[in-house]
Each structure stands twice: as C-alpha cells, then as structure tokens.
Design a protein around this ligand. Sequence first.
Ligand SMILES: [Zn+2]
Length: 162
Amino acid sequence: MALKALAGRHLSLVAFGGAQVAIDIEPLVRMLRDDAVLHGPTHTYAGALGVAVLAFPLLWLSYAGMARVWNGLIDGSMRPAWRMPSRPSVLPVVSGLLLGTFSHVAIDSIMHADMRPGWPFTDTNPTYAAISISALHTGCVAVGVIGIAVFALLRSRTGSRG
Ligand SMILES: [Zn+2]
C-alpha cells in the first residue's frame, strides 16, 4: 500500500497481490510434501524475476475479469475513484509484478533461515534475522496503515484512477 501510495497509477495493486500468491505456490507445495527446505528457487532474486515473467500472461488474461468483479462489488458503495481500470496496462502490471516478487524475497529473507536470495551467485543470506520477526511485522503493518491512509487521502482529493 505504501508503494501504491507513492507510485499511484504506475503500479497495479492487483499485479502486486497476484505476485504474492504466485511466488508462494512453491513453499505451499513444499509444505504439503513435508520438504525440509520450503523456500527454494522462487525465493531468490533470480527466481523472483522468473515468477514475475510467468505470472505476467496469467495476470494479463485475468485482469479484465477481476476488474469486472471488483467494480461490480464497489459500485454504488464507494467513490468512482476506487474503481479498477477495466483493462490492464503494461507498465503498471510489470511494475506491480516485479516490485511484488522482489519485495517478497527481500522481506522473506529476513524471516526464513532456509532462504538463499542471492542464488546462484552466493549461498549466503546476509539479511536473515537482521531485525526481529515482531519488529518486521510491526514495521510492515505500520507502513501499510500509513500507505492506506495516504492512498485514501490522495484518492479523495484527486479522484484519479490507477
Ligand atoms: Zn514467501
């Protein structure tokens, strides 16, 4: 939400959210298989790029459907400024996917001991436990709340779409 507040219509929140779902498919499958390592190739910066590339066509093809559902849900109850554009645009979808997967790897690297974010160049994870998990969660919630507040304020003022 903080990134959306900063980037506005240049970043698709739907693509950012879709990136979170796509990148966590690997750990989900590994959890179900009871693997020792849950965060494999998708949770590296190289893998994050690959996930964003693979997610692009899925996001692109499903965007209009999601926009119809969202806009149908908010019609009559929220300001028109909160509507999604009915069709996707390349730049916001690409920036949403890339910022989504890369920030996911950055934040997960602090939390998970099994991550090797610099693979295949290094097997180290220098940011692991850089701050406590409770500090990380508090920081994420605080930045998110501030982001929602700024986003809502900007939307109510300009009424701009994005
Ligand atoms: Zn993850």
